[in-house]
Design a protein around this ligand. Structure first.
Ligand SMILES: [Fe+2]
Length: 302
């Protein structure tokens, strides 16, 4: 079996399949290695130290349920299916069978031509997705801030005054769509991060907000393999050598119901998206996050 197949679809040595409620109330070590905490969105204020614990390595994942009501989520997915807001559409590499609304920084042209104009337009459209409820940037930003003692979560500032990176991107994974195993810290090795890496700390985390669920598959699978924030290397690239052999690792898989958000220490932990099964798309919003160098905010980008 080639390393490439292995990091894409080969099974882990053993997998703990999370279901809602597996770690409700207090943190549990899922699969014996992944300390996770699960809470309803309405309880976020009672877990103001959650991000502190994540940065300290005491937690690896935070799951928040009920970020938007079910009816609002189905309305939003219906708008996405028709692209009612008129979002910019961009693509993953073809074999991943997925696209974005918005532009993923990792896959962007290194010089970011037109990116900040696209970002300004995209952010405005994004605020309308859940109307009349607040949009993802304001609503999820506030939720995350309440898990970090009120420290704001905002779109990272660009180099020019007033320019901002996209707070998030929306992702549609089609039947058979997947993402091979990787660490999110490899992003900062890419040239499109030249400016961003000068304004953020090394430690990168991410969130996924599930908007819809695949019939089966489409799980965020996290492996028992971690690296330090400074040990970035490109392994999602086809040309990369010495990819971790996932068949020797334990894992925890998360099939997120609509309205559930996971914050994952994805800069440190190896993870992948397992292939989507069934004709329904797996819709999600996904952002990366790192503390601003001055610690005054957490900067987010898609
Ligand atoms: Fe990732």
């Amino acid at each position: 079996m080639s390393a490439r197949q292995s990091s894409a679809t080969a099974p882990a040595a053993r997998t703990f399949a999370w279901v809602p409620g597996s770690c409700a109330g207090e943190a549990q070590a899922l699969g014996g290695f992944l300390r996770a905490l699960e809470l309803p969105a309405s309880d976020a204020g009672r877990h103001a130290d959650a991000f502190e614990r994540l940065r300290a390595g005491d937690l690896q994942a935070i799951l928040v349920h009920g970020v938007y009501p079910r009816a609002a989520l189905s309305r939003a997915v219906d708008r996405l299916e028709r692209n009612e807001p008129g979002f910019l559409q961009t693509w993953f590499p073809e074999r991943f069978r997925a696209w974005f609304y918005g532009r993923n920084l990792n896959l962007a042209d290194p010089a970011l031509p037109g990116y900040f104009d696209e970002a300004a337009r995209f952010q405005g459209q994004l605020e309308t997705l859940f109307a009349p409820l607040p949009g993802i940037e304001s609503h999820v930003g506030r939720l995350l801030a309440s898990l970090d003692r009120g420290r704001p979560f905002v779109a990272a500032p660009g180099e020019q005054p007033g320019a901002r990176y996209m707070f998030t991107t929306l992702r549609a994974h089609l039947e058979g769509g997947f993402i091979p195993a990787h660490f999110d810290n490899e992003q900062r090795l890419r040239e499109s991060f030249r400016h961003l890496r000068s304004v953020v700390e090394l430690h990168t985390t991410s969130f996924v907000l599930a908007l819809s669920m695949a019939e089966a598959g489409g799980a965020l699978e996290v492996f028992d393999l971690s690296v330090a924030p400074e040990e970035a290397r490109l392994i999602s690239d086809d040309r990369a050598r010495d990819k971790p052999d996932v068949t020797r690792l334990a894992s925890v898989s998360f099939r997120l119901p609509p309205g559930t958000l996971i914050v994952l220490d994805s800069g440190r932990l190896l993870h992948r998206l397992t292939p989507v099964v069934g004709a329904g798309k797996r819709w999600s919003a996904c952002s990366f996050m790192a503390l601003a160098r001055d610690g005054a905010a957490t900067y987010c980008w898609g």
